[in-house]
Design a protein around this ligand. Structure first.
Ligand code: NAD
Length: 258
């Protein structure tokens, strides 16, 4: 399946690192001009910036600083992207944070920050994108496409991570709300729910207790890679995905089927 996104502009949040970085590389390789919307240009797990990766491979990408916890920062980033390319066709809401804490260990500041980034940030960018897309002529049946990254941990309890789990459930519902409310105007809104995806060394990744949990829950004989998620996002961001809206597509090695 050769997907061609030439002439399209895509914003990918959290694209400096991990899954978002892989999504940005994949969309750019398909011909899209990609905005790397992140707090920082450099990946936390090391390596060159995503902008460098994309441009070195002959693609088009530009880092635009953005803090999803701040509404004005999200709106300014969107306006910059619109001014730079004249239109925004694809938005991938990928960035998210977590505290790794249970209910009784989560203080107000942590709760509010997770909800601000993972839910309000997604809401703000979706609102800016849909307002913009509604003013655009349709390409075939579609005025614009949104792909939100959720998690299996928004469908079942996120162990020791209450704010994260609640935030991901909210994004799944946000996806359905937008899909249904704007289908008639040609806005497509879907989600991708990764299972456990290995992105780099972290406290949980190095803890045998968590590794055992992930592998025991994952039927496929390996954990996920960022490219696994990027392939699904590329599909949903493209015209190959027709008559599909409001879904929360699992890329989890079978976790939620078990
Ligand atoms: N890795 C997994 O196992 C997994 C599993 C299920 C779902 N997910 C979801 O996939 C997405 C990506 O996860 P990941 O593991 O690649 O994350 P990551 O932590 O590797 O990268 C997140 C990126 O978001 C950026 N970011 C954080 N806060 C921000 C803010 N306030 N404003 C702008 N950017 C900000 C970070 O700088 C970073 O580049 C997230 O939505 C996550 O919930 C991941």
């Amino acid at each position: 399946m050769a997907i061609d996104l030439t002439g399209r502009t895509a914003i990918v949040t959290g694209a400096a690192s991990g899954i978002g970085r892989s999504v940005a590389v994949r969309l750019a390789a398909a011909g899209a001009s990609v905005v790397i919307a992140d707090r920082t240009p450099l990946p936390w797990h090391g390596g060159p910036s995503t902008e460098h990766l994309v441009t070195a491979a002959g693609g088009t990408a530009e880092f635009m600083a953005c803090d999803l916890a701040v509404t004005s920062s999200v709106e300014a980033m969107f306006a910059r992207a619109e001014a730079r390319w004249g239109h925004v066709d694809i938005v991938v809401n990928n960035a998210a944070v977590s505290t790794g804490t249970s209910l009784t260990d989560t203080d107000d500041a942590d709760w509010n920050h997770v909800l601000a980034v993972n839910v309000t940030g997604v809401f703000t960018l979706c609102r800016a994108a849909v307002r913009h897309m509604l003013d655009r002529p349709p390409r075939g049946e579609v005025r614009g496409r949104i792909v939100n990254i959720t998690s299996q941990h928004g469908m079942v309890a996120a162990p020791e991570d209450i704010a994260y789990g609640v935030s991901k459930a909210a994004v799944a519902q946000l996806t359905r709300q937008i899909a249904v409310e704007y289908a008639a105007q040609g806005i497509v809104c879907n989600a991708v729910a990764p299972g456990k995806i290995e992105t780099g060394p972290s406290a949980r990744a190095e803890d045998p207790r968590w590794h055992e949990y992930w592998t025991s829950r994952t039927p496929w004989p390996r954990l996920g890679r960022p490219e696994d998620v990027a392939g699904a996002v590329l599909f949903l961001a493209s015209d190959e995905a027709s008559y599909i809206t409001g879904v929360n597509l699992m890329v989890d090695g079978g976790w939620m089927a078990g």
